[in-house]
Design a protein around this ligand. Structure first.
Ligand code: CDP
Length: 232
C-alpha cells in the first residue's frame, strides 16, 4: 500500500525461538516491504542497561528507560537493526546474559510503551512485517493478517542451537536449551497470547521455506499483493 492510504501491517507472533524473526524477514523480502523485530528492541535496551548496571536486581522501569535514548533503529536491507550509542548492536543483544534478563525488562510497562511506540513509528512510514509476542494483540490489533507461530519446545531449542553453534547439537545441549526456552516462555506468558483472529501455524514438522510460503500466500490473500521476487 502506498501514499496516504493505511499502511499494511503483517503481525507474526509466537513463543521463544519459534522462528518469528527469520520468517518475518523472509516474508518481508518476498512481499517487498520492511521487517521490524520488536524483540530486538527489548534486547538492545536490555544490553544498554546491562552495560551500565550489570546487577539487574535493583533495576526499575524508569532506570531502564533512561537508557532508551541510546537505542535507535537503523535501516539495514529490508529490516531495521538496533544501534546502541550510534553503533550496530550486533550479536551482543543475543548473548546468554541479555537473554536471561530480557523478560524482566519486557515486564516493565514504560519499556513496553517505548518499544510499541518505536514499532508503530516504523509502521507509519512503511508497509511492514512485524514480529514479537503481542504485535497482533496489543500493538496492531487492526492488522489484516496475524500469524502465531508455534513449535514443539525441543524442536525450537534444536533449531536455535543449530543457528547459534552452526553444528548439530548434542541431546544434552538440546535438553538444557529446552529448559531455558520453557522458563522464558513462562516469564513471557502474559504477553504471548494469539489474537482471536490469528492464524496459528505449527512449524514443528514443516521447513522454513514451507512456513514462509504459507504466510506469503495468506498475505497475498489479504492484500492481493504481487510477490516482489516473481519478476514484478
Ligand atoms: O526469538 P526470541 O524468543 O529469542 O526472542 P525475541 O523475539 O528476540 O524477544 C526477546 C524477549 O523480548 C522475549 O523473551 C520477551 O521477553 C520480549 N518481547 C516481548 O515481551 N514482546 C515482544 N513483542 C517481543 C519480545
Amino acid at each position: 500500500m502506498s501514499g496516504a492510504a493505511q499502511r499494511l501491517v503483517i503481525a507474526i507472533d509466537g513463543p521463544a525461538a519459534s522462528g518469528k524473526s527469520s520468517t518475518a524477514q523472509w516474508v518481508a523480502e518476498r512481499l517487498g516491504i520492511r521487517h521490524v523485530d520488536s524483540g530486538a528492541l527489548y534486547r538492545a535496551l536490555t544490553a544498554a542497561a546491562l552495560a551500565a548496571a550489570p546487577d539487574e536486581t535493583d533495576w526499575t522501569d524508569a532506570g531502564v528507560l533512561a537508557h532508551a535514548p541510546r537505542v535507535t533503529l537503523a535501516p539495514v536491507g529490508r529490516s531495521f537493526a538496533p544501534l546502541i550509542d550510534g553503533q550496530p548492536a550486533g550479536d551482543r543483544i543475543r548473548s546468554a546474559e541479555v537473554t536471561r534478563v530480557v523478560s524482566l525488562v519486557a515486564r516493565m510497562p514504560g519499556v513496553r510503551a517505548w518499544v510499541n511506540d518505536r514499532v508503530r513509528g516504523a509502521a507509519r512510514d512503511h508497509d511492514v512485517v512485524v514480529d514479537g509476542r503481542d504485535m497482533g494483540t496489543a500493538v496492531f490489533p487492526e492488522a489484516p493478517l496475524k500469524v502465531f507461530l508455534v513449535a514443539d519446545p525441543w524442536e525450537r531449542a534444536r533449531r536455535r542451537l543449530v543457528q547459534r553453534l552452526e553444528r548439530a547439537p548434542t541431546d544434552n545441549e538440546v535438553a538444557e536449551e529446552t529448559d531455558r526456552l520453557v522458563q522464558r516462555d513462562a516469564k513471557d506468558a502474559t504477553q504471548t497470547v494469539p489474537a482471536r483472529d490469528a492464524v496459528v501455524v505449527d512449524t514443528t514438522y514443516i521447513t522454513q521455506e514451507e512456513q514462509v510460503e504459507r504466510i506469503v500466500a495468506l498475505a497475498r490473500a489479504v492484500t492481493h499483493r504481487e510477490d516482489a521476487t516473481s519478476g514484478g
